[in-house]
Design a protein around this ligand. Structure first.
Ligand SMILES: Nc1ncnc2c1ncn2[C@@H]1O[C@H](COP(=O)(O)OP(=O)(O)OP(=O)(O)O)[C@@H](O)[C@H]1O
Length: 266
């Protein structure tokens, strides 16, 4: 199922946070959405997940128009996300944080839970096994009984991804998953993202400032600046695009250009 954005615009009062953005995320791809601070990346995630409604354009997932759907309905289509600001239940353990995500996946009813029926126990056992196997992917299994806030920042981010995966998504939106990670953790994250895509046949969209991760794992990258598209292509194309370099480095690029211009013969 492809994710399609066509001429999507979102305004906050007088500010055009996202302006006429179009891109297609192919099924089973790992796709990067990058840009400097305030470029509109998180707003795009909020539009896809229905937190905000776009003012113009269309967003479709597998051909389904997401505009009329509530966030919960969009989640049920198979779109899960993590947040830029970690949102874990601080008083719950690592395992409980993952299990809490799948309350709405339970097949057992309240009655069967109260009666502690065999169906309830089977459900409970399946969920716990799935949660533990996801925790092991992220090397968090041994911390399953620890309170989530006792984990390092990097581990909390990975726990958020494990929790999102409990929803059995088809599309996983990761908002700055490498924030706060050191080099080694970021390398590990790259492998884990690839593993998730290959194992669960999902599509991944990554908003990320860490270029080690973006350039190392994304197959296609879309670049925003001030809400507008400035580049799109493979990591090789995007990393050399002067518009991208200028957006990220601003004055340094201008200085270089100015220096080169000064050296040119009149
Ligand atoms: N709810 C809101 N109300 C008003 N303005 C908003 C709102 N959400 C985002 N914005 C503005 O929209 C613009 C894009 O913000 P957004 O958070 O999408 O950028 P971003 O690319 O994710 O930035 P960063 O990398 O810093 O997280 C910014 O100017 C921001 O201040």
């Amino acid at each position: 199922m492809n994710l399609d954005l066509k001429h999507v615009t979102k305004r906050f009062g007088g500010l055009r946070a996202v302006g006429g953005v179009s891109f297609t995320v192919p099924e089973r791809s790992i796709f990067g959405l990058i840009g400097p601070n305030g470029a509109g990346k998180t707003t795009v995630f909020n539009l896809i997940t229905g937190v905000y409604k776009h003012d113009e354009g269309a967003i479709r997932f597998g051909g389904t128009d997401l505009a009329p759907l509530r966030p919960s309905q969009i989640a049920r289509l198979g779109i899960a996300r993590t947040f830029q600001n970690i949102r874990l239940f601080g008083q719950l353990t690592v395992l409980e944080n993952v299990l809490v995500a799948c309350e709405n996946l339970r097949r057992s009813t309240l009655a069967s839970a109260l009666l502690r029926s065999p169906f309830f126990y089977k459900d409970e056992q399946e969920m716990t096994e799935r949660a533990l196997s996801l925790l092991s992917v992220f090397k968090l299994e041994e911390m399953a009984d620890e309170i989530s806030t006792s984990l390092s920042y990097g581990n909390q981010r990975r726990l958020e991804i494990a929790r999102a995966m409990m929803l059995k998504p088809r599309l996983l939106l990761l908002d700055e998953p490498a924030a706060g990670m050191n080099y080694g953790e970021a390398e590990g994250l790259k492998q884990q993202i690839r593993w998730l895509r290959d194992t669960f046949d999902i599509t991944v969209v990554l908003v990320e400032h860490n270029m080690q991760v973006v350039m190392g794992v994304c197959e296609e990258i879309h670049v925003l600046d001030h809400g507008e598209t400035i580049s799109h292509g493979t990591p090789e194309v995007v990393r050399r695009d002067p518009k991208v370099l200028a957006a990220y480095l601003g004055e340094e690029i201008d200085d270089e250009a100015a220096g080169a211009a000064a050296e040119e013969p009149a």
